[in-house]
Ligand binder design. Structure first.
Ligand SMILES: NC(=O)c1ccc[n+]([C@@H]2O[C@H](COP(=O)([O-])OP(=O)(O)OC[C@H]3O[C@@H](n4cnc5c(N)ncnc54)[C@H](O)[C@@H]3O)[C@@H](O)[C@H]2O)c1
Length: 372
C-alpha cells in the first residue's frame, strides 16, 4: 500500500525549542530508525496490542533495548503508569543523551512523550504513531499528557519530538473502529483547510477506503505543522484544532463512542449552532454537515442516545477552553478554510444543543445510528 504515490515526504516543524523532522511514506520506519537508534541508549514505550503485532519489528530495530509495554487503553494514560515508565527509565540507566521512542497510538504518544519531557528535564523523543488518528494528528505537535481524576490530559507538557515517523505499514492491522476514529480527525482538518475540504468533498464515496484516507495524512500533517509553528502553546491559532471537540468530548464521556466518532458528532452539532448564530456561513455549513453525515455513515456506526443530551451537555462545562468567557467556548468552522471562536452561556448552549441533536436525528432518519 502506498501512502503518497511513490515518494517519501518530509515536513519540518520549527519551534523555538527545536526543528523536528516528520517523515511520511511507505518504508519511513526502515529508512529513519537505523540512524536514530545508533550509538545511544534507547527506550521504547509501546502498548500491549502494538507489542503483540509488532514485537518482531521492535526486536529488529531496537535489539535488546528496553521496551516498556503499557496495557492498551485510555485508562492507562495515568500518573501511576507514567511513574512506572519513569522508574524503568531510571533502572535502565538512561542518561541525558538517551532517546525515547513512543511506538503506538495517541495514548502511547501522549504518555511516552510526557515521560521523555520529564526524565532528566527532557531527553530526545521520537514519535512512531501507529493509528490513523496518531499519524494524522496526535503524533505531531508536541502535546503530551496523562489524565488525572477523571479529567483528560490535565497534566502534561508541550514537548516537541525530534522526529515523527509516519509509516502506513502500521495501519494495515488497524481495526475498522480505529480507522473510523482517525476519520473524525481527518474531517476536522477538512473543516480547517480548504484544500482538504475539496479533496474530501470530491471523494465523499471513498471515506471507507483506507488508501484514500491514508492519502489525507500528508496534507493534514502539513496543516498541523503550520499551525503549531505559528502558535505552539495554543494561545491563538492552535485553538482551531479543537473544532468539534468541546461537544465531542462531552458526548465521548457520556456515550462511550470512540473519540473520532464523538468528534464527528461534535462537529455536526456545533456547525449547526454556528450556522444558526450566523458564525458559520450557511452554504458552507450545509456542505460541511453533509460531509460529516457521510463520515458518520462509515462503519462501524456506534449508538448514540440523545434523550439525555441536556445532562450530557454538563460535561462540556469542564472543557479547558471555557476559561475565556465563563460560558461554553467552541472552536467552529466559519467558512471554507476559516474558523472562529464561538461562546454561548451554558443554559443557552444546552438548549441549542438539544435542538440541534433533534434536527440531526431527523436528518439521519431516527435509527440511522443503528446501522451496524
Ligand atoms: N497529543 C495530541 O495532540 C492529541 C491529539 C488527539 C488525541 N490525543 C490523544 O490520543 C489518544 C487517542 O489516540 P488513539 O485513537 O490512537 O488511541 P489508542 O492509542 O488507544 O489506540 C487505539 C487502539 O488501537 C490499538 N493500536 C494502535 N496501533 C495499532 C495498530 N497498528 N494495529 C492494531 N491496533 C493498533 C491500540 O492498542 C488501541 O487499542 C487519546 O488519549 C487522546 O487524548 C492526543
Amino acid at each position: 500500500m502506498s501512502l503518497t504515490g511513490e515518494k517519501m515526504e518530509e515536513v519540518f516543524l520549527k519551534t523555538p525549542s527545536l526543528e523536528g523532522r516528520i517523515t511520511i511514506g511507505e518504508g519511513a520506519a526502515a529508512l529513519r530508525l537505523p540512524s536514530l537508534v545508533k550509538e545511544r541508549k534507547n527506550f521504547v514505550v509501546t502498548d500491549s496490542n502494538v507489542f503483540a503485532l509488532y514485537g518482531e519489528f521492535l526486536r529488529e530495530y531496537f535489539g535488546d533495548g528496553e521496551v516498556f509495554v503499557l496495557p492498551a487503553g485510555e485508562e492507562n494514560k495515568n500518573f501511576q503508569r507514567l511513574f512506572e515508565i519513569l522508574k524503568r527509565m531510571t533502572e535502565a540507566g538512561l542518561h541525558r543523551t538517551s532517546r525515547l521512542f513512543a511506538v503506538g497510538g495517541g495514548v502511547v504518544g501522549d504518555i511516552g512523550g510526557l515521560a521523555a519531557a520529564l526524565y532528566m528535564r527532557g531527553i530526545s523523543c521520537v514519535q512512531v504513531p501507529t493509528t490513523l488518528l496518531a499519524q494524522a494528528d496526535s503524533g505531531v505537535g508536541g502535546k503530551t499528557a496523562v489524565d488525572l481524576g477523571g479529567v483528560k490530559n490535565v497534566v502534561g507538557a508541550f514537548y516537541q519530538p525530534c522526529e515523527v515517523i509516519v509509516d502506513p505499514m502500521f495501519l494495515s492491522t488497524l481495526p475498522p473502529r480505529e480507522i473510523k476514529c482517525g476519520l473524525g480527525e481527518l474531517v476536522k482538518y477538512a473543516a480547517l483547510d480548504g484544500g482538504i475540504f475539496e479533496l474530501l468533498k470530491a471523494n465523499a464515496d471513498k471515506l471507507s477506503e483506507r488508501e484514500f484516507l491514508f492519502s489525507l495524512i500528508l496534507p493534514s500533517v502539513k496543516h498541523k505543522a503550520k499551525v503549531v509553528e505559528e502558535d505552539e502553546k495554543e494561545t491563538g491559532e492552535r485553538k482551531s484544532l479543537n473544532v468539534g471537540h468541546t461537544t465531542g468530548h462531552a458526548l465521548e464521556l457520556a456515550s462511550g463512542l470512540s473519540h473520532g466518532e464523538s468528534v464527528l458528532w461534535g462537529m455536526l452539532l456545533e456547525t449547526k449552532l454556528a450556522m444558526k448564530y450566523g458564525v458559520c456561513a450557511r452554504e458552507y455549513g450545509e456542505e460541511l454537515t453533509a460531509l460529516v453525515h457521510r463520515a458518520l455513515d462509515v462503519p462501524p456506526v456506534g449508538k448514540i442516545d440523545f434523550s439525555r443530551v441536556r445532562s450530557d451537555a454538563e460535561k462540556a462545562r469542564a472543557d479547558k477552553k471555557n476559561a475565556e468567557g465563563g460560558g461554553i467556548c467552541m472552536s467552529v468552522a466559519a467558512a471554507k478554510g476559516k474558523w472562529a471562536l464561538f461562546s454561548l452561556p451554558f443554559e443557552k448552549y444546552r438548549e441549542e444543543l438539544a435542538e440541534a441533536a433533534r434536527e440531526a436525528e431527523r436528518e439521519r432518519g431516527g435509527d440511522a445510528n443503528e446501522k451496524n
